[in-house]
Design a protein around this ligand. Structure first.
Ligand SMILES: [Zn+2]
Length: 152
């Protein structure tokens, strides 16, 4: 049986650009980037990536604050804009808690169903915020992105 993970060498440079532009709190974070090389699905959906905040024990052993895992099959088939979006998503999970002065894992801004929004509209503040963001996006650009799966 072959290894299911490998070090994602090229991802670091893309991540550096995103961190300096959108995630300055991660400037000093030690983040490991790895590829998952076998099939990665959950509830029938292809998983694009995931972010893990390392525990104190893990950090003691290897020094990393976070481990970002990317679906190698997806990564190899998408263009650089899509790669940046996937990576930006995972970096959004990597947060910093000012009160406790420690890294934290940030949950998604929104979890909902398209059918519920179709039936009931923007019925909660988080749904409304996502709706506004999508509406503004449509005004200025038409992203040509084909959805292949979800991010963890
Ligand atoms: Zn996610």
């Amino acid at each position: 049986m072959g290894l299911k993970y490998e070090i994602a060498e090229d991802v670091q440079n893309l991540a550096k650009q995103l961190i300096s532009k959108y995630h300055p709190h991660l400037g000093l974070a030690k983040i490991a980037y790895i590829f998952k090389t076998d099939t990665w699905k959950k509830n029938g959906k292809t998983i694009l990536g995931s972010a893990h905040r390392c525990s104190e024990k893990e950090k003691l052993l290897h020094g990393y604050d976070f481990i970002i895992t990317l679906n190698h099959f997806v990564w190899a088939t998408v263009d650089v804009n899509r790669k940046m979006a996937i990576l930006d998503h995972e970096l959004c999970h990597c947060g910093w808690d000012d009160d406790e002065a420690k890294f934290i894992l940030v949950p998604h801004d929104l979890e909902d169903f398209v059918d519920v929004v179709r039936r009931h509209g923007l019925y909660m503040p988080d749904v409304e915020a996502m709706g506004r963001a999508m509406h503004q996006l449509n005004l200025f650009e038409k992203p040509n992105l084909k959805v292949v799966g979800g991010n963890e």
